[in-house]
Design a protein around this ligand. Structure first.
Ligand code: E4P
Length: 221
């Protein structure tokens, strides 16, 4: 399973990339606004830190506008993936860009039918938002199961399931059990994945016992 980080905070991306766990980055207009920086500047910096796909979202809502914005975003770096919303104009843009070899991430997916359309449009990634479905008392993970089942029926589909709007580690584990291809994680959730109270407790006990021996592994004997 690939891990992307869902942020436009370059310091966080740099820090997490150093762990070797980061396969890509997703951004959206809200995350760019939160960064307080110019979109193209922050995008260029993120692309220089991470080799994998960096999703950059268009803000036009019509086909011509999306194509013009995509052209500008693609000039920034070779690892930019264009993110389009799941609308008819977004799907048309996806088809046009993916036919020319551009990676497209179709975002704001909330139903299996929408995911089917994105695959037919040649999307590299479909982004179903599990947390936002859970927020309205729907079952986000059931959507991931449905999309996995549908895509597996058609080996010609190459679209990867990129689980988005992740809120906690359980979402990541459930996505992995279902066989989702990618999870995009807020930095805090990625950090949480390594944590367990018994790990901390066990390590503290080992170190306390080790200290009693008075030994050092690296000091000369
Ligand atoms: C994905 O690409 C989106 O940027 C993101 O996962 C949205 O998450 P949110 O629902 O926490 O805003």
């Amino acid at each position: 399973m690939k891990f992307f980080v869902d942020t436009a905070d370059v310091a966080e991306i740099r820090d997490l990339a150093a762990t070797g766990m980061v396969d890509g980055v997703t951004t959206n207009p809200s995350l760019i606004a939160k960064s307080g920086r110019k979109f193209l500047d922050v995008l260029a910096e993120i692309c220089s830190v991470v080799d994998g796909p960096v999703s950059a979202e268009v803000t036009a809502t019509d086909f011509d506008g999306m194509m013009a914005e995509a052209a500008r975003l693609l000039e920034v770096a070779s690892n930019v993936a264009i993110k389009v919303p799941l609308t008819w104009d977004g799907l048309k843009t996806c088809k046009a860009l993916s036919s020319k070899g551009t990676q497209v991430n179709v975002t704001l997916c909330f139903s299996p039918a929408q995911a089917l359309l994105a695959a037919k449009a040649g999307a590299a990634f479909i982004s179903p938002f599990v947390g936002r479905l859970d927020d309205i008392s729907e079952d986000g993970m059931a959507l991931i199961e449905d999309i996995r089942r549908i895509y597996d029926n058609y080996p010609g589909f190459t679209t990867e399931i990129l689980v988005a709007s992740i809120r906690h580690p359980l979402h990541v584990v459930q996505s992995a059990k279902i066989g989702a291809d990618v999870a995009t994680l807020p930095p805090a959730v990625l950090r949480q994945l390594a944590l367990h109270p018994l790990t901390d407790k066990g390590l503290a006990a080992f170190l306390a016992d080790w200290q009693k021996t008075g030994q050092s592994i690296t000091a000369a004997t």
